[in-house]
Ligand binder design. Structure first.
Ligand code: GAL
Length: 467
């Protein structure tokens, strides 16, 4: 039988500009922080860069035709700010506008609805060099102005906007741990960057709602969160898991849905957490028409007594900022892992969806990314039989279905990713695509999961063996 999803459920697949486009300095595009970061020695596996990536900039017509063949009805992609405004402010690059305009027209001609992300990490380099990127409050206005240019140029055809992808990653990995561009390491800058990201989002939404209401679109922000399961049922561990979720997702969702940062962050961060003015709070409150969520994995959380020296804490990649939370993160050895080393724990997604549902008063949720990387290869017959990806996505969709039966207002699901692509610090080593890309020849080969997912989208649900 088929586990049916709700009527009008949005099925799609997702990518981002730097990860697939290539043509990094073509047709007037300005450089971005990722153009520079990827060329900084030791930052990206094998010294890979996004200079060519999937060369989607040149192959987009074929790519859209392939999507249509695979039954894709909704496509989430991002606009590279520096293609539209090479310096991030000031002059608009008409060739950049023309590229996205034609991409959008091509999608619509194939019956595919565009979901457009305005910022997926490729900040124009000039904004970093001249203004320190997200550390400068002025960036909120620069971003809002860029957003306005996009609404004006594409809003007649685009009705689904995502302002910013994964504020947590930008702030923590880019300004805390330095493993993503711009590569800064600090225990306070993440909170300043995060603050300006939220304000940039709010200002862009304000412009959209005031000046572009006639376009009748929807606009929101996408945040990422893994699930944190208490390691034991001790109160301390339950509080630790909750604290970890608030430092992860509450940081960015609370100001939008509840009006301010979580109290636990204020208490623990003191001056390092900026505060909002009353006006800013108003601007942020209810500034998302849907709850965009990216989710990949789960870890157990347990309490660490405050004062424990940080060197003694083995935390999964939380680096120098983990003392703010005093949460120990661990994986169950029995969990299988993807090639990113991320545990496959579908029930974590169900619990996270239900947590969001209860904390934020049942918002419409759209999963804007979920997926997995495996070492997929093409066999002699020319096929890529990625059974593990089918297993992963099927089990996560099952978890979504259960959450919906429990009342969660889940409205859409986008598989990450359409293509194998430039996986940030992992370069081309990690393959997330439902379509295999040979990075020597650029040949695209749909994997078994692409045909399987085509069926899911087509029948609006997953086949199960249950009666
Ligand atoms: C997300 C990100 C994507 C993709 C994915 C897999 O955090 O938005 O760009 O890289 O993770 O790691």
């Amino acid at each position: 039988m088929i586990k049916q999803f709700s009527t009008n459920f949005t099925w799609g697949t997702a990518t981002s500009s730097y990860q697939i486009e290539g043509a990094h300095c073509k047709d007037g595009k300005g450089l971005t922080i990722w153009d520079v970061f990827s060329k900084t020695q030791g930052k990206v596996a094998n010294g890979d860069t996004g200079d060519i990536a999937c060369d989607h900039y040149h192959l987009y017509k074929e790519d859209v035709a392939l999507m249509a063949k695979l039954g894709v009805k909704n496509y989430r992609f991002s606009i590279s700010w520096a293609r539209i405004m090479p310096n991030g402010y000031g002059k608009v690059n008409e060739k950049g506008i023309a590229f996205y305009s034609d991409l959008i027209d091509t999608l619509l001609a194939h019956g595919i609805t565009p979901w457009v992300t305005l910022y997926h990490w490729d900040l124009p380099l000039a904004l970093q060099m001249e203004y320190d990127g997200w550390l400068n409050p002025k960036i909120a206005d620069f971003f809002a102005e860029y957003a306005r240019v996009c609404f004006e140029a594409f809003g007649d055809r685009v009705n689904h906007w995502i302002t910013i992808n994964e504020a947590w990653v930008i702030a923590i990995l880019g300004y805390g741990q330095g493993v993503f561009a711009p590569g800064r390491i600090s225990t306070s800058e993440p909170y300043l960057a995060g603050h300006h990201i939220l304000l940039a989002h709010a200002k862009a939404v304000d412009i959209y709602r005031k000046a572009f209401a006639h376009q009748k679109g929807k606009i929101g922000i996408t945040n990422n969160c893994d699930w944190r399961e208490p390691l034991t049922d001790k109160v301390e561990d339950q509080q630790a898991a909750e604290r970890a979720l608030l430092f992860f997702l509450g940081w960015f969702a609370d100001p939008i849905y509840l009006g301010d940062y979580p109290q636990v962050m204020k208490d623990r961060l003191g001056d390092r957490l900026p505060s909002f003015t009353i006006e800013e709070k108003k601007l942020l409150y209810k500034s998302s028409d849907f709850f965009g969520l990216n989710h990949y994995t789960t870890l157990y959380a347990s309490d660490i007594p405050e004062g424990t020296p940080i060197e003694e804490i083995s935390v999964y990649g939380n680096g120098g900022i983990s003392e703010d939370q005093y949460v120990q993160l661990t994986a169950d050895k029995k969990w299988s892992k993807t090639s990113m080393g991320w545990a496959v724990v579908p029930w974590g997604l169900q619990k996270l969806l239900e947590w969001i549902h209860h904390r934020y008063d049942a918002p419409d949720i759209v999963i804007t990314e979920n997926g997995c990387a495996y070492d997929d290869t093409i066999n002699e017959a020319g096929d890529c039989l990625d059974k593990q990806r089918i297993f992963y996505v099927e089990s996560y969709l099952n978890a979504c279905h259960t959450a919906m039966q429990n009342g969660v207002q889940l409205k859409g699901y986008f598989l990450w990713s359409l293509f194998d692509n430039f996986e940030w610090a992992s370069g081309y080593e990690k393959r997330f695509g439902m379509v295999h890309v040979n990075f020597e020849t650029l040949k695209r080969t749909p994997k078994a999961s692409a045909y399987w997912y085509a069926q899911v989208m087509n029948q609006n649900g997953i086949l199960t063996s249950d009666k």
